[in-house]
Write a protein that binds this ligand. Structure first.
Ligand code: CS2
Length: 471
């Protein structure tokens, strides 16, 4: 079977949307750390739309910890298929990724970071990639950070790479750039900026001040439901495009990207691709993390306990769907300071519809990954706000208790969980109070008797997986 590439683009069937610009005219403008499914489904699709009117924003992907994306995409000249899943699926070939570098290609990564044409360095490296402590600042005792502080010219972490790339730009007398975080954490840009400056301050204080002056780290909210690629998708795509694509991607049609309007120099006209630029992203960020990701994790941990496999299946369980809606409307919404004119109730209704989308099989097990990293932003901040405002937290702690049950089940059956703290979590296993005492996950909440009492009740109720409804 022929393989998708520049040479075969013209042979794609007319039903497939493809780049409507000459790819040979595209020049690199963006270096992206973490060119996984979410980046390729979301930001790369937005740049693909922009390239038709402005070819200066081609993407160089950098995959620090794996070679699989590079192996799949480089032989395809960076091309891949994005399936937009609705009642009718649209297949779209994305042309914005020009090449993918791997962690061992150090000289090429540094050359990309210091190219005069590079104006944006962006990231989707997930919460754990930031190496932060529970107070949101760089964890100087993190093994990856310690290793990079020891050998700053051969970094392994994204933080180390950003510090090195920026130091080198400064040395070469180049302009500052914009470092654009696209990860799901509150205040993502600010946190990334502070982390990179803290790293630089420890190795190269002049670069730290140059970063302060010359580099912008806008906050951004990113949203699009992107289930992992599976064999069903590969087969559907092969049929639709009539050729082989080693790594197609799927997502819902809905996509949202709200970016703080705080760029070093020129910013791409991504408005043309539906991106919203605003001075204040906080309200959008809180609405999305708390009202979409919080309920997502709730569906995952409660739903897995009940034996559901996907988000849509969990939503078809009307009792669980009702619980999650009540959680969103009564417990989470009061903590969200939405931007002016934002229709919070409509936003909730739309999220519930997106969760129930029958065209998407989004595995609960995928969402259940990295609970120790995700729950602080998704549920614990909301819980803290509710406690401070004197609101009840009984339902808010259900996802926490369900997560504890999820760890207990894994520990009891000897199965693995995907989480950077997996070893500690599984070692604590049945002793869930020891998990609540982990300051790097729960911070101050672990010592709050109101929180501990509420989790204790919910944990007890969840001895029966259907017990969430009794809380
Ligand atoms: C999900 C998110 O996997 C997860 O934890 O909650 O990836 C979610 O699908 C996206 O944030 C939606 O924008």
């Amino acid at each position: 079977m022929t393989r998708l590439s520049n040479a075969t683009l013209a042979a794609l069937p007319a039903s497939v949307t493809k780049p409507d610009y000459g790819r040979s005219r595209v020049t690199p403008g963006v270096v992206h750390f973490g060119p996984g499914a979410f980046h390729r489904a979301h930001q790369a699709a937005a740049f693909d739309t922009l390239l038709a009117s402005d070819p200066r924003w081609g993407i160089t992907g950098v995959s620090l910890n794996s070679t699989s994306v590079a192996q799949a995409l480089n032989p395809q000249d960076g091309l891949y298929t994005l399936a937009l899943l609705e009642a009718e699926t649209e297949f779209r070939v994305i042309g914005s990724v020009q090449r993918v570098l791997t962690g061992t290609e150090r000289a090429a990564i540094l050359a990309a970071l210091t190219a005069p044409t590079t104006r944006i360095v962006s990231t989707t490296v997930t919460e754990k990639g930031y190496c932060l402590s529970s107070d949101g600042t760089l964890d100087m005792a993190h093994p990856a950070i310690l290793a990079d502080l020891d050998a700053p010219d051969t970094p392994k972490s994204v933080i180390g790479w950003l510090a090195l790339g920026l130091a080198e730009r400064r040395r070469q007398g180049l302009t500052g750039i914009t470092v654009l975080s696209c990860d799901n954490l509150t205040d993502n840009g600010r946190k990334l900026g502070a982390a990179v400056r803290a790293f630089a301050a420890a190795t190269d204080p002049d670069t730290a001040s140059w970063i302060e002056d010359q580099v912008r780290f806008p906050n951004a909210m990113v949203d699009s439901i992107t289930p992992a690629t599976d064999d069903t998708l590969r087969a559907r795509v092969a049929q639709a495009i009539g050729m082989e694509d080693a790594w197609p991607i799927q997502r819902e049609r809905f996509t949202q990207w709200v970016v703080e309007d705080d760029f070093a120099g020129e910013r791409p006209e991504l408005e043309r691709a539906g991106v919203t630029f605003t001075r204040d992203v906080h309200g959008f960020e809180a609405a999305k993390l708390r009202l979409l990701n919080g309920p997502h994790s709730t569906l995952a941990y409660v739903g897995l306990g009940l034996g559901h496999g996907s988000v849509a299946q969990a939503m078809a369980d009307t009792r669980l769907a009702g619980f999650v809606e009540q959680l969103m409307r009564e417990d989470i919404a009061p903590s969200v300071a939405a931007p002016d004119g934002f229709d919070l109730s409509g936003y909730i209704g739309d999220i519930l519809k997106r969760f129930a989308n029958p065209a998407i099989e989004h595995k609960l097990s995928q969402i259940a990954w990295d609970g120790s990293q995700k729950l602080p932003y998704r549920i614990l901040d909301t819980t803290r706000d509710a406690l401070a405002a004197g609101r009840p937290i009984d339902r808010l702690v259900v996802p926490i208790a369900a997560w504890l049950r999820f760890i207990e089940r894994a520990a009891a059956s000897g199965s693995a969980i995907t989480d950077p703290l997996a070893e500690r979590l599984l070692a604590a296993g049945g002793d869930w109070r020891a998990i609540l005492a982990m300051g790097d996950v729960f911070g101050d909440l672990g010592d709050d008797p109101r929180f501990v009492a509420a989790v204790t009740r919910a944990h007890g109720a969840l001895a029966d997986p259907a017990g969430y409804a009794l809380v």
